[in-house]
Design a protein around this ligand. Structure first.
Ligand code: HEC
Length: 115
């Protein structure tokens, strides 16, 4: 009786561990894009627009920007001109995500990601 009972818990534990690992892995890759989309929508659209071209407050057109990833990360952290700094509102990880997004979404030039 006791052995059956233990066996049940072993199987239950394996099931739980498997699910936790599986869901976690799924989340990282699948939701990264939607996370950056979400950040862009809530923090950037009001000036840059959904299409990157809105230009409110003199926001640069993101569809023609050749600025590198490191330049963008730096600008998002420190702000520039009328563009505010986001270091109080976003984590470093979120800043990097949305900076990458601003390249992959609007510029068809993956070399910008490496600079
Ligand atoms: C209050 C308006 C405003 C918001 C909000 C804003 N920006 Fe900007 N953005 C600007 C302005 C203005 C500039 C031009 C700054 C300058 O060069 O003087 C700019 C420039 C940029 C540039 C550099 C483009 C280039 O070629 O120089 C990038 C990249 C950028 N923004 C990305 C973002 C992202 C990503 C977000 C959201 C996290 C964001 N911006 C939110 C106003 C804004």
């Amino acid at each position: 009786m006791k052995r059956v009972f233990n066996g049940f818990y072993v199987i239950l534990s394996i099931f739980i561990i498997f699910n936790v690992l599986f869901l976690k892995c799924g989340n990282i890759s699948a939701s990264d894009v939607s996370k950056s989309e979400n950040i862009y929508r809530t923090k950037c659209v009001r000036c840059h627009g959904k299409d990157g071209k809105k230009g409110r407050k003199g926001a640069k057109d993101l569809t023609i920007s050749t600025k590198s990833l490191s330049y963008r990360i730096n600008q998002l952290k420190n702000g520039k001109g009328k563009m505010p700094s986001f270091s109080e509102r976003l984590t470093d990880e979120q800043i990097e995500m949305v900076a990458k997004y601003s390249i992959t979404q609007f510029m068809n030039d993956s070399t910008l990601l490496k600079k």
